[in-house]
Design a protein around this ligand. Structure first.
Ligand code: CS2
Ligand code: MN
Length: 356
């Protein structure tokens, strides 16, 4: 595996490439053109400039997170082909720039949903958290305003203010889209993009829905083993693969994470590894990565990745806010650096204990 960190680009991230370069064992970043909107064609020159900036700092651009999918594609609207053509043009430019990993998601309206961005833990750190009770009391249109005060002045991925202004229309767009329709819209999209992925050897890695159940009555399909295996089968091409995000699949305690990893052998192209601490099955917070700080056995997760021969990029996912850092919630430097170091330690121990 290759240890990486997510980086939003020098104009948007509080963390610098020079800082990332000093985290032992982190050799690359996962980045994006953060100022593009879903449906835009990414220019080759912009991609190459991003790549050069990263390489000049002594790191590699290990993949893109995310190339976001336009809602017309997810909702299966009449004009979806135009947006798929644009997506294909972006993939073509990424392929020309020698980039072979694209993370994306297929969640209607919202990307991940949290109800608190700065829950205070006993040690004084703050973390992202979720309670179903809070969601049940909220009108989806209020969701954004209820958390926007805690973003530390940053733009949260998937929660761009311009997008949130149109939230009513977005909900309207998905009114007749149920799980089956969403599956079939995903199949249509994948079938259209697979030829360009085959041509440039681009691994598409779908990110799970977070939390892994329906929120605000919206359909959600990338939530468990049965559904993800169905998706792998419905477009049976190795380029149709998965971002295995332990913190997202893990929101549903019925998901057996190591078992899911083993069942996806050969199709996991990217891994997000983080821990959650549950107070009840629908009240959880994003704890430190260490097993004992949360509810997951991180050793077993890393061992499962090792067992399937995982060689792709991996990254610590959301970190806590510690040591007075002010950054995009989940994306500060300090706790993600601790997470990367811990995961690297687990990996080293697993590798050495498997030496014949
Ligand atoms: C998130 C998402 O958990 C995560 O990694 O922060 O925003 C994720 O990057 C997207 O859903 C992937 O498209
Ligand atoms: Mn993730």
């Amino acid at each position: 595996m290759q240890m990486t960190l997510r980086w939003y680009g020098s104009r948007f991230d509080t963390v610098t490439l020079q800082q990332i370069r000093q985290i032992p064992g982190v050799t690359g970043v996962i980045s994006t053109l953060y100022d593009t909107a879903p449906g835009d064609v990414w220019e080759l020159s912009d991609i190459l400039a991003l790549k050069k900036e990263i390489e000049d700092a002594g790191l590699s651009l290990a993949g893109i997170e995310s190339v976001n999918v336009h809602d017309a594609i997810k909702a299966g609207l009449f004009d979806r082909d135009k947006y798929i053509d644009n997506y294909i043009a972006t993939l073509e430019n990424l392929g020309k720039a020698d980039i072979h990993l694209v993370c994306y998601n297929f969640m209607p309206v919202f990307d991940w949903t949290r109800t608190e961005l700065a829950r205070v833990r006993p040690d004084g750190s703050t973390v992202l958290a979720y309670t179903q009770e809070a969601v049940d009391q909220l009108n989806p249109e209020e969701m954004f305003s209820s958390i926007s005060g805690d973003t530390n002045g940053t733009i949260m991925p998937g929660w761009e203010p311009e997008r949130m202004q149109h939230i009513k229309e977005l909900f309207e767009m998905y009114r007749s889209v149920d799980d089956e329709a969403l599956f079939s819209n995903l199949k249509y999209f994948l079938e259209r993009i697979m030829p360009v992925c085959d041509k440039y050897d681009i691994n598409m890695a779908i990110h799970p829905d977070d939390p892994a159940w329906s929120v605000f009555g919206l359909p959600r399909i990338i939530i468990n083993k049965a559904n993800i295996l169905r998706m792998m089968k419905m477009v049976d091409n190795p380029h149709n693969g998965v971002t295995f995000c332990s913190g997202s699949y893990g929101t549903n305690l019925e998901n057996d994470l190591p078992d899911m990893i083993r069942s996806l052998k050969g199709r996991i192209h990217f891994a997000h590894v983080r821990n959650l601490k549950f107070h009840s099955p629908t009240n959880f917070e994003e704890s430190a990565h260490l097993s004992s700080d949360g509810s997951f056995d991180m050793y077993e997760i890393m061992l499962a990745l090792y067992d399937i021969g995982f060689t792709g990029p991996i990254r610590p996912d959301h970190g806590r806010m510690i040591w007075g850092e002010v950054a995009m919630p989940g994306y500060g430097l300090y706790d993600r650096a601790l997470g990367a170091t811990y995961l690297n330690g687990l990996w080293e121990a697993i590798e050495k204990s498997h030496r014949k």
